[in-house]
Design a protein around this ligand. Structure first.
Ligand code: SF4
Ligand code: SF4
Length: 713
């Protein structure tokens, strides 16, 4: 990315963050979605169903060409004409030719992301055809000359006043923004007349069934039903990845699609079309053309890593749960396709230039991954896509430095020790640096930063290590950079909790960074190298557990087997280690059994680190421990929403990191808690720094510290 384009992108992000209406609307939308989705999936095993859908889609993607041939034979036997467009230009030409051959001048459309992908409207309008979107949101943005800002709710970025103003211009009559029914009526009257006069309807399709040659649309407004049935010509533009073998597979997907999109058990309309049906309005048979779009899909379906992206059902959930989308909306968090999947597909469908600004804008918070009904590992694919962009552009200097430093542990640790000396004058004797020279940290004023500890954990270890003669458990402690060099007191608090419990704890001096920062920077080889170094340092076989106080480290250590899957020397050790990795709360509950404490005089709120609640699936254990320790635990809505840290993300996107943090801290303050507890030192850094910057009296404690303080009382 050039400096100028990066600057422009950041300016766009800042512009979006300054849009108060957008921020409030997206926050409300995401909050409502969370509740509806939860209700929609109540009593269902979402994970198992998503895995089934993912597997069914993979099976279909493995035989796309065969499914296409089967579909074509079946659909043409039923009277349709099936076309295959190799790329966007080809698809546009096919559809324009159909319009010319059928004498169609007036075209109505229902929502189709595939048509957005090929910029169809622009092409048809340039041929002198009149194209009208009939989905309400799509019609609104068409009138404004914009693209959709969400796959399911395309006009989510607009206020009622903006819509009323637009409709005032369209009708020439003053429209009242408070009278929603009248606004809808304006759209209904205009669109109904246009629909009745149309020569051609263009739809997308959610499924294409190879066994019968049928297509299906899943909608809520009913306009797709009119688009596909009223005009004498119907053109369905369908991405090849929508092919599934049969109705059984489609219905399996249909169980999840509406629930994921809107929380509905089923959409209002699910319309199945097989062949050229009767067309009463025109007194004869309809002409049905089904145009399949390749545009790189066949090649992508063969890719062992990226074919996953083609499982996408276009439900929009990965945007609905993304903290970044929730702050800046789809026009800034996507190109045509938005949300997490948009960051990936943009590169494959629209090229590097369109993708390069977007693809680094991910916190790796995992929210999209755990909510995706097609079980796509979106954060991992985003990092891999960023790696492809980087391979084409050349590795930036910071990546080259990261590799040099992280793969050389003595150098890395030497630099961390030197950092203490460099930071000391800035901290003025305190634990936090409130003002960094701007050269070092542009836009970092939203939080104070901790100073590196004068004595890292590794230097304290000899005097801290529990002296246990007959251990019942042997634990290898993995510090991670932050506990080791910034917050050794968190490890000390943990050791206090297990005192007298016959637990041996070892701290291997050769352990290094877990490698997550390298993975975040798409430096896969560096991440693999660091993983090997840690495997050499930590002998999991000699220990019952590999415990870490850092949820991010724990989650990343669990990924070593995948990272080293093809490494003949280290893959087995990686599996051994991953099987023994445990987080603090689970360890305490399972192996220590802290005694319940008397009621504390403190109210605590809890921040769930992304890599704990989503990475490791640990949700309740930390809160149960806090309650047992006698704290007055205060919940809030966004407890499991990212704090905006994301390691180097907060340096690369400080404006977004600050905005996401601000929302979290506002909610925490509203609980009335006087302490905020979390169990990831990265989150401690972000939350404590943000609260200090605000001058808040709320203290931040690692779970180990909060429990130790309760025990000490
Ligand atoms: S990637 Fe998953 S969550 Fe995102 S739109 Fe596609 S199916 Fe939905
Ligand atoms: S990992 Fe988090 S920040 Fe990244 S795309 Fe997914 S939801 Fe958004």
């Amino acid at each position: 990315m050039s400096r100028a384009s990066r600057r422009q992108y950041h300016q766009r992000l800042k512009g979006a963050l300054d849009n108060t209406f957008l921020g409030q609307t997206l926050a409300r939308f995401q909050g409502n979605y969370r509740g509806s989705r939860q209700a929609g999936f109540a009593g269902m095993d979402f994970e198992a169903l998503a895995a089934e859908v993912g597997a069914a889609k993979d099976a279909a993607l493995g035989q796309l060409e065969a499914l296409y041939q089967q579909f074509k034979a079946q659909a043409e036997a039923a009277g349709a004409t099936v076309h295959l467009a190799h790329d966007a230009a080809h698809a546009r030409e096919i559809i324009a030719d159909i319009a010319a051959q059928t004498g169609s001048r007036r075209i109505i459309k229902s929502k189709s992301m595939t048509s957005e992908e090929i910029h169809l409207n622009r092409h048809l309008e340039a041929q002198g055809l009149k194209v009208t979107e009939t989905d309400l949101g799509e019609w609104i943005i068409q009138l404004r000359g914009e693209g959709p800002s969400h796959m399911v709710a395309p006009a989510i970025h607009l206020s009622r006043s903006q819509v009323a103003e637009l409709f005032t211009q369209v009708t020439g009559e003053k429209q009242d923004p408070e009278d929603i029914a009248s606004l809808v009526e304006v759209a209904r009257q205009r669109l109904r007349q246009t629909m009745l006069e149309a020569d051609m309807g263009i739809s997308g399709a959610n499924f294409a069934l190879a066994s019968t040659g049928s297509i299906a649309t899943v909608t809520n407004e009913g306009n797709a039903r009119l688009v596909t049935t009223l005009p004498k010509v119907h053109v369905a533009l369908v991405g090849l990845e929508k092919l599934v073998p049969d109705l059984h597979t489609a219905l399996k997907i249909l169980q999840l699609l509406p629930r994921s999109a809107t929380g509905q058990l089923i959409s209002t309309y699910v319309t199945w079309v097989t062949g050229a049906v009767e067309c009463a309005a025109n007194g004869g048979k309809k002409e049905l053309h089904i145009v399949f779009l390749d545009n790189g899909r066949l090649a992508l379906s063969q890719d062992p890593v990226f074919s996953q992206a083609l499982r996408c059902l276009r439900c929009g959930s990965c945007a609905n749960v993304c903290p970044i989308f929730g702050k800046v909306g789809g026009h800034n968090y996507g190109h045509v396709y938005i949300g997490a999947i948009g960051l990936i597909l943009t590169y494959f469908y629209h090229g590097r230039e369109a993708a390069q600004e977007l693809v680094g804008n991910c916190l790796n918070c995992q929210a999209c991954k755990v909510n995706c009904p097609a079980d796509i590992d979106l954060p991992a694919l985003i990092k891999k896509t960023a790696g492809l962009v980087m391979a084409e552009q050349g590795r930036p200097l910071k990546n080259q430095l990261l590799r040099r430093v992280l793969t050389n542990r003595p150098l890395f640790h030497f630099l961390l020790r030197r950092a203490y000396l460099a930071q000391k004058p800035l901290a003025g004797g305190g634990r936090l640096i409130r003002h960094l020279p701007l050269f070092f940290a542009p836009d970092q004023e939203f939080r104070s930063l901790p100073v590196v500890a004068a004595e890292p954990l590794r230097d304290r270890w000899q005097r801290l290590a529990p002296k246990v003669s007959k251990p019942r458990l042997k634990v290898a402690l993995f510090g991670g950079c932050l506990v080791d060099f910034v917050y050794p007191e968190q490890a000390e608090a943990f050791l206090g909790l297990i005192q007298g419990k016959d637990i041996q704890v070892d701290y291997a001096r050769d352990q290094s960074c877990c490698g997550l920062p390298a993975a975040m920077a798409s430096e896969e080889e560096t991440a693999r190298e660091v993983a090997r170094q840690n495997l050499a340092a930590l002998d999991a076989k000699q220990h019952d557990y590999v415990l870490t106080l850092c949820a991010s480290c724990a989650s990343h250590l669990k990924k070593y087997p995948a990272l080293l899957a093809d490494d003949p020397v280290w893959s087995q050790r990686a599996r051994h280690l991953a099987a023994k990795v445990i987080d603090l709360a689970s360890f305490l509950q399972k192996e220590v059994g802290l005694k319940p404490s008397a009621e504390q005089d403190k109210a605590v709120a809890y921040h769930a680190p992304c890599h704990l609640c989503r990475g490791l699936g640990v949700h309740e254990a930390p809160k149960e421990l806090l309650r047992e320790a006698g704290y007055d635990y205060r919940p809030y809505d966004d407890e499991e929403v990212c704090c905006g840290f994301g390691g180097s993300y907060s340096l690369d996107f400080p404006e977004l990191s600050a905005a996401i943090l601000e929302r979290k801290l506002r909610q925490v303050a509203a609980t009335g808690a006087d302490t905020l507890v979390t169990d990831c030192p990265g989150c401690v850094l972000q939350l404590e720094g943000g609260l200090d910057h605000l001058g808040s009296p709320i203290k931040v404690r690692h779970l180990a510290q909060a429990l130790a303080e309760a025990k000490d009382k």
